[in-house]
Design a protein around this ligand. Structure first.
Ligand SMILES: NC(=O)c1ccc[n+]([C@@H]2O[C@H](COP(=O)([O-])OP(=O)(O)OC[C@H]3O[C@@H](n4cnc5c(N)ncnc54)[C@H](OP(=O)(O)O)[C@@H]3O)[C@@H](O)[C@H]2O)c1
Length: 321
């Protein structure tokens, strides 16, 4: 029988155990995909821990790439044998998974299934953050945290391609080297980063902060903004930001605060294809490099979560069933 990771309750990484499961059957417009690699994303730690509620038994994972092995009767646009990738699956920590056909995109020639599994969620996120949430322009100065992370390394490269000046934060020398290699202009440690940002910007502050770290960086991120700058809070790797008094936005210089999520930026087939095709094209033309920091066998999903939450990882993490 095929296997999948199944959690029976919320908890630490140890709740992620391997189980034998039935091979799913595609109905209506679903594709059945044999997973070549499943992308691990920080959100799955929030779901596993109970911070984001889920139903049990729970198989984590929204992202994967693999081969179509069967199709529901109403599924169109693909054929058995096609290579597909997606960010909006359900339960991709598995050998087989189902995805709605209109949520999958074809994997272009020349892109491996592992690279394809590393891109949809973090790539589309980096894309909407800098093209839609705050449209970054040539010459603007940007602060983005966790520069050696999955989203972080993609953001730095895509921001540099737009001609922005990129300041980032990381926790170690090794991560600093990776952030610089990706093109970051300035790499800071978290301690006192807001003071350093003021110095680096002649007291002005940055146009936009992309903050996926949350609780530990939120106040410093606000303090790093220029007047009428924008704080894009897009994650909570260090914990949730406590309730917030909007008056602080005025006191900080009439700044803007937004808290976006990916699913609101993949609203149609056209929007999904636009974001994915631009990100995949950048990989194919060599302007965007994808760092797969580690791959784990499916049964080691718990170990992968431990590493991610302990800040031991860089770039993308993949599960290989
Ligand atoms: N809203 C959306 O649409 C969306 C979509 C995708 C991801 N996200 C968010 O983006 C963030 C990054 O996701 P990712 O998958 O690319 O993860 P990641 O950046 O590869 O891993 C998280 C990184 O956060 C940093 N960090 C700082 N303080 C931390 C702490 N107390 N505990 C753990 N990590 C800490 C660590 O880097 P250092 O060691 O360098 O500090 C760590 O490596 C997450 O918050 C995720 O939820 C949001």
């Amino acid at each position: 029988m095929p296997t999948a990771i199944v959690a029976q309750q919320a908890g630490g990484p140890e709740v992620l155990t391997l189980a034998e499961v039935d091979r799913p059957t595609p109905t209506r417009s679903e594709l059945l995909v044999r997973v070549a690699a499943a992308g691990i994303n920080y959100i799955e730690t929030y779901q596993r821990s109970g911070y984001y509620p889920v139903k049990y038994p729970f198989t984590p994972g929204a992202e994967a790439a693999g081969e179509v092995v069967a199709m529901g009767p109403e599924a169109t646009g693909f054929a058995v044998g096609d290579r597909v990738a997606f960010a909006e699956g359900v339960g991709t920590y598995a050998q087989y998974t189902l995805v709605e056909a209109d949520k999958a995109v074809p994997v272009p020639e020349g892109v491996s299934l592992e690279t394809a599994a590393a891109l949809p969620l973090q790539g589309a996120t980096a894309h909407y953050l800098i093209n839609t949430t705050f449209k970054v322009q040539l010459g603007q100065t940007v602060l983005t945290h966790a520069g050696a992370g999955g989203v972080g390394l993609l953001l730095i490269q895509l921001l540099k391609a737009k001609g922005a000046r990129v300041i980032t934060t990381v926790s170690t020398d090794d991560k600093e080297a990776l952030a610089r290699e990706a093109g970051a202009d300035e790499v800071l440690r978290y301690d006192g980063f807001d003071t350093a940002v003021r110095e680096l910007t002649n007291g002005v502050g940055v146009d936009v902060v992309y903050d996926g770290v949350g609780k530990a960086t939120f106040d410093g991120s606000l303090a790093s903004l220029r007047k009428r700058g924008t704080l894009v809070l897009f994650g909570a790797a260090s914990g949730a930001v406590p309730p917030f008094d909007p008056q602080r936005l005025a006191a900080t210089g009439s700044v803007y605060l937004t808290r976006p999520k990916l699913l609101d930026h993949l609203l149609s087939v056209e929007e999904r294809r636009w974001r994915f095709s631009e990100v995949f094209a950048a990989v194919v033309d060599g302007s965007l490099r994808v760092r797969i920091g580690a791959t784990y066998p499916l049964e080691a999903a718990a170990h992968a979560h431990e590493d991610l939450e302990a800040r031991k990882t860089t770039g993308k993490l993949l599960l290989i069933p």
